[in-house]
Design a protein around this ligand. Sequence first.
Ligand code: PXL
Length: 431
Amino acid sequence: MNLLSIGGSDPSSGAGIQSDIRVFSELKVHGLTVITAITGQNTTTFGIVEPVSEKILKNQLDAVFSDFKIDGIKIGMVYNSKIIKIIYHKLKKLKIPITVDPVIRSTTGGNLIEKSAIKDFQKYIIPLATIISPNRFEAEILANSKINSKNTPEKIALKIQKMGAKNVVITGIESKKCKISDFVLEKNNRFVISGDKIERLNHGSGCNYSAAIIFALASKKSIREAVKFAKQFTLKSIRNAKNLGQGISITDFHKDNHITELSNAINNFVEFKNIYKNIPECQTNFVYSNNKPKTIKDILGISGRIVKTGNQVLVAGNLEYGGSKHVATALLAMNKKYPETNSAINIKFQDAIISKVKKSKLVMSSYDRMLEPKNVKSKGSTIEWGIKNAMNNSKKMPDVIYHKGDFGKEPMILVFGKTPQDVLNKVIKII
Ligand code: PXL
């Protein structure tokens, strides 16, 4: 199957053409693209937009249509009237499904269409749509009225359908708390699809929705089936969104295995009998690194800590890259010399544990915070210095590194391993 995406380029691959290609490839179909405009944006800021010239737009369209049998088309960002008219003339006689994602503003605040082009969008692009899928905000702009108790989603959808779209889906209408629904208007039918609301700003969910719809329509699914499929697909992509840049997360389709592995290990750890006795005053963090971490931002940790309240141990916070500072810094130093070491935990210093490690086959080393040079202390790089020191004091890669504290500094034991499970296996042996 060949699906064509007509839209704008987003260099961060969170939205636009690049995001559609990711969706098509996830759905195992071939994606073709015609780029209407180039945007300069990332996960925090939207820079400028440069629409492509008439000449190259036409040339791209001719290139794909003269060569491929195209099974469905998604239209996203079209930007200006000139582009709108060229697309219209090329597509008006086609008999294949077309989805229109009427994007107006990006999540990060960039304009995806010129104000003066909205009229031509309504006149030329909307009539091409087998399905148009505005969100609430886009539907209100296209219909030129706010959704409220008088102007119901149905009325607004009817107004858009009258402009020529065969079917209209208004996404993201809040119904009850925690629920979000899509209103669907077919030719002679209307219905609502409800789903869980996910409180998260992310890049790409609207793009994914309409790219998934065109896949379903080209696979000969009904409107109802296509909309349901797209909703499920989009929810999954939001659930698995990743923090890849500095700003909003980018939708994705696969679970981060690191998150699953670390989360399972943490759940096991807190279930260990009397584990509260091993949580230090400054609490525990458990971290897991990406391959070749450069900074602590490449290391997954708990944004809060594993905390002790009485005899109970709770996990406070979420797993996040950059979630741990101290334990992640120690792991980073260790990983520089021993790249196979990718996980670590800190536990309370106890002489009994040190004795147990000595009796085990685990390799142990230590450092003395009192020996830390003044210039290191003033730079705040104690942990890095300490771990390097401990590694230098050991012939083999240490499984356990401890220090006995300093004035006002709590002594601590760190356990290292290849994976969180490997760390747990070592912890079980020594507590
Ligand atoms: O998500 C809508 C969208 C579509 N196309 C491009 C975009 C965006 C949002 O940023 O940049 C090119």
